[in-house]
Design a protein around this ligand. Structure first.
Ligand code: GUN
Ligand code: ZN
Length: 433
């Protein structure tokens, strides 16, 4: 029997296309919307007066007032759940930070109970911040993937994740081998990819921590499993770029390493891309791979400033989504991530409007992940992952809003001053949580 229809009523914002390319034409705002859902999917969306008569009389409607805003759930395109406990670790840039903090934290995941504990805390924290989908790295341990997907399944969340592949330049307990990494990933794909809302990502950490043999087998594995994702890192830090060149001297640039080993294409997500050249961006645009823009991380690790405007240049636009990159990033809040993306754009002398930033954390991120037909916007047939922002979540925000007279301005205040307190409610596949 179909589930009872539930509905929420209030001001709602969603995007109908690519805001970066189309501007206001891709924005849909309804000041008094009714959004109905059943069996995890949205059935109706439109002005309340028009939608109400079409709903079954038994529909349960929850109403949100004028200082609320209903949005699609936020999407974080690149994050490391095992690094939850090393957010804000002092003093290092990427390669030393990995050695000093990250690899230490990840070794604790040899204990499955620890993995389960952190996965629970991580997903609850994401939901509190309004993030309903994320692409997360796990550790080298297959049970770290099981722990993550089991916790996501309990919450009904659509998540992407995968076991880290690393067979060199990491401490021995975190290394697999090309063969073992392949076999373990294959078994995890069989266990999880497409189970409920789970999606698997083949996860070579980054080219410097895999041998050419592992890179070869990883590309082959991804090819053998159409529909799966591939996530990694590229051109985050200057020393890392140099190191990748030294380790793969026959490749013309860092991106070419991944290209050579068959790791680029639709559903490939690369974190950072801060130092990519024009030629590398053009190739990403052509092959349909995405960049996860991680502004808080790039500032915190002193990696550099990603040039969003250059990346999405209409002449050869790259798919870009926003990402926290926790633990290098400093917050799981996509509002804070948007605020940092704005500051990064400012340091390049460019703007980033609130609507563009919200797009990059919702429909734009879904598009980067090739999931825009299922999540990231509000419309009939879409999965019912929704959040409700309280636009007056702190006294300061309330005072600041008094002087705002446009939606764009009110949203900009949220991304500058807002955090988890701004997320009043969230619905995952139609269930309030
Ligand atoms: N490059 C390789 N591994 C990592 C990681 O865990 N975090 C970040 N920010 N960059 C990486
Ligand atoms: Zn990362």
């Amino acid at each position: 029997m179909p589930e009872t229809t539930h509905a929420i009523r209030g001001p709602a914002l969603t995007f109908t296309g690519d805001v970066l390319a189309e501007g206001a034409a891709a924005v849909r705002y309804e000041s008094d919307a009714l959004i109905a859902f059943a069996d995890g999917r949205i059935t109706h969306f439109g002005p309340s007066a028009g939608v109400r008569p079409k709903l079954p009389p038994s529909t349960v409607v929850r109403e949100y007032g004028r200082h609320h805003l209903i949005l699609p759930g936020f999407i974080d395109c690149h994050v490391h759940y095992p690094q939850l406990q090393i957010i804000g670790a002092y003093g290092e840039q990427l390669l030393d930070w990995l050695e000093k903090y990250t690899f230490v934290a990840e070794q604790r995941f040899a204990d499955p109970d620890h993995a389960r504990r952190i996965a629970e805390i991580f997903l609850d924290e994401c939901l509190r911040n309004g993030t309903t989908t994320m692409a997360s790295f796990c550790t080298v341990h297959p049970h770290s993937v099981d722990a993550f997907f089991e916790a996501a399944e309990r919450r009904g969340m659509r998540c992407i994740a995968g076991k880290c592949l690393m067979d060199r330049n990491a401490p021995e307990p975190l290394r697999d081998t090309a063969r073992r990494g392949y076999d373990e990933s294959k078994a995890l794909i069989a266990r999880w990819h497409g189970k409920g809302r789970a999606l698997y990502a083949v996860t070579p950490r980054f080219a410097p921590s895999s041998t050419p043999e592992q890179m070869e087998m990883t590309g082959a594995l991804w090819k053998e499993h159409p529909g799966t994702y591939l996530q990694s890192h590229v051109s985050e830090n200057r020393r890392e770029v140099e190191w990748a060149r030294e380790l793969y001297p026959d490749r013309r640039d860092y991106l070419d390493v991944y290209e050579h080993y068959g790791q680029l294409g639709p559903r490939a997500i690369y974190g950072h891309g801060v130092h990519l050249t024009g030629s590398e961006l053009a190739r990403l645009s052509e092959n349909g791979a995405a960049i996860a823009h991680c502004p808080t991380s790039n500032m915190f690790l002193g990696s550099g400033l990603f040039d969003l405007k250059k990346a999405v240049d209409a002449a050869r636009p790259v798919r870009v989504g926003l990402a926290s990159d926790v633990g290098a990033g400093t917050s799981l809040s996509m509002l804070k991530t948007m605020g940092a993306a704005y500051q990064t754009a400012q340091l390049h002398g460019n703007g980033l409007s609130a609507l563009e930033a919200f797009y990059l954390a919702t429909r734009g991120a879904a598009r980067a992940l090739y999931l825009d037909d299922r999540i990231g916007s509000i419309g009939p047939g879409m999965e019912a992952d929704l959040i409700v922002l309280d636009l007056k979540s702190t006294p300061l925000i309330e005072a600041r809003l008094a002087g705002c007279d446009s939606l764009d301005e009110a949203l900009f205040v949220q991304m500058t001053l807002g955090d988890d307190r701004a997320v009043a409610t969230r619905y995952v596949a139609g269930k309030a949580c």
